[in-house]
Design a protein around this ligand. Structure first.
Ligand SMILES: [Zn+2]
Length: 90
């Protein structure tokens, strides 16, 4: 069960995870900022590991990272703040 939605379109889109789903370009590991509006609160997670396309700049998050990100968002949501900004930690 997950309440986290891929509002930014940066969930992992390609099964092999190595090629950009948009242009097929190579990618390198970097970091991105993920934000999600849950209605009662907005969660911003910084320093999220992401693959970044070297050609078009498309960013996506690997499945394993996405699952960890869901936990981070769920924890932040329980804080009750309207806006919660957290750093991604494993
Ligand atoms: Zn690309």
């Amino acid at each position: 069960m997950s309440s986290v939605k891929d509002t930014m379109g940066i969930w992992s889109k390609n099964p092999d995870g190595n090629r950009c789903a948009m242009c097929g370009g190579k990618n390198h590991m970097g970091e991105t900022t993920y934000s999600v509006d849950l209605g009662e609160s907005v969660i911003v997670v910084r320093n999220v590991p992401a693959r970044i396309c070297e050609v078009c700049g498309e960013e996506w998050i690997e499945d394993g990272t996405a699952r960890e990100l869901e936990n981070v968002v769920e924890t932040a949501r329980k804080s009750g703040s309207q806006v919660e900004i957290v750093a991604f930690t494993r």
